[in-house]
Design a protein around this ligand. Structure first.
Ligand code: SAH
Ligand code: SF4
Length: 377
């Protein structure tokens, strides 16, 4: 897909052809099959998963109940290294942001939210991680920091899974909720996304319930249909941000490819086949915050029985957009209520989190004149 401003296919050629597979990208079946080829019984795969996800070792040498030859073999075949943590912002009890450097030097970020008051319909004592699914994003939404530099590459399943593990290791917190609202468009990386969700969800993996995993999309209609066939019961959130084609196309180039009619038909299909969708709607001053948009949005929400999260826009350095006044936000919210649509309006300043994804990386890249680390690999 080549949508949007600043799209530059900068796939890093040293990224992967010759590099080793991430062991954290493998499902139990893949590992069982791999070990089988080396003459190992099936129970070895479970042992390895236990070392990886229960005991969380960082090297094969620590897998002490495996024969030495097998440890050596695994170390030769797979990558176990965690991403390097370049920077952590924030502190316990507040939103914490983590900037990671991947093995090819690319930067990604994850955000840990200590409590998420009614954020995605969850209890408020849950710890939520917002993960990235790609390096950059090709979709170029006009208000978003992640799309500013275009798309570089997809993340491997293991690179997604390792964000959770690294954040748990660094923060000492157990994560209960995962939202794919960091950098990237998860449905444009569907194969690795599904694989990552499988590992995050599996009893041999990170064991986070599917209902505690939310995938957010800017509206890739064919992939939404494809997900309707996927049996895993994770949640799907749709970034609507405009209730008419005119407004939506102005801020989200993807709407020119899949307009509202196409998108909503895919959503109808998904909802009929699988489960409800949630809407996200950022309120941007003088762009999508009019009363007409509120009425049109309510109509769409009713059609799909969707709940709406209204999110006051979080300013991005270098972009001219801003959030509407509180009164205007409230008015928009009230109109939805008048239509009988369930919606939440985020109030807490400190919770502009998911929104802020992509911004830390941008900042780090802009600071290139003052390197964060003396040397990079
Ligand atoms: N690409 C996916 C998931 C990542 S973006 C998607 O677009 O849904 C996650 C959410 O953050 C989206 O709803 C996105 O529109 C929103 N977002 C991006 N930049 C924002 C900003 N500056 N303020 C508020 N929300 C923002
Ligand atoms: Fe990409 Fe989502 Fe940002 Fe749009 S909002 S540029 S799809 S990350």
């Amino acid at each position: 897909m080549q949508v949007g401003r600043g799209y530059t296919p900068r796939v890093n050629s040293e990224v992967l052809p010759s590099a080793k597979t991430f062991i954290h990208s493998l499902g139990l079946e893949d590992l069982t099959a791999h070990l089988g080829q080396h003459g190992q019984p099936a129970y070895r795969a479970k042992q390895v998963m236990d070392w990886l996800y229960e005991k969380r070792v960082g090297s094969c040498d620590e897998m002490t109940d495996l024969p030495q030859a097998l440890r050596t073999q695994l170390a030769a075949d797979f990558e176990l290294r965690a991403p390097e943590t370049v920077r952590v912002l924030g502190s316990k009890d507040t939103t914490q942001k983590f900037l990671f450097r991947l093995r090819d030097g690319n930067l990604i970020e994850s955000v840990l939210i200590p409590a998420s008051p009614a954020l995605y319909g969850e209890r408020s004592d849950r710890r939520t991680i917002c993960v990235s699914s790609q390096v950059g994003c090709a979709y170029g939404c006009k208000f978003c920091a992640s799309g500013l530099d275009g798309w570089t590459r997809n993340l491997d399943a293991g690179e997604i899974v390792q964000q959770l593990m690294a954040v748990e290791a660094q923060s000492g917190e157990k994560i209960d909720n995962v939202v794919f609202m960091g950098m990237g468009e998860p449905l444009a990386n569907l194969k690795n996304l599904k694989r990552a969700i499988q590992i995050i969800n599996a009893p041999w993996g990170l064991e986070i319930g599917a209902r505690h995993i939310t995938v957010s999309t800017s509206g890739l209609a064919p992939q939404i249909r494809e997900l309707a066939e996927d049996p895993t019961q994770f949640r799907l959130a749709l970034s609507l941000h405009g209730a008419t084609d005119e407004v939506r196309s102005r801020i989200m180039p993807v709407n020119r490819k899949y307009n509202l009619k196409t998108l909503l038909e895919a959503c109808d299909y998904y909802v009929a086949k699988k489960r409800r969708i949630m809407f996200e709607y950022i309120l941007i001053a003088d762009i999508n915050d009019t009363e007409e948009q509120a009425h049109a949005l309510a109509k769409i929400a009713r059609r799909l029985s969707a709940k709406i999260n209204l999110i006051p826009y979080n300013t991005v350095e270098g972009l001219a957009w801003s959030r509407p006044s509180r009164a205007r936000q409230e008015r928009f919210h009230a109109i939805l209520r008048e239509h009988g649509v369930v919606s939440t309006l985020r109030r807490e300043k400190g919770h502009d989190i998911a929104a802020a994804c992509g911004q830390l990386r941008l900042q780090a890249k802009r600071e290139a004149t003052a390197p964060l680390q003396p040397s990079t690999p």
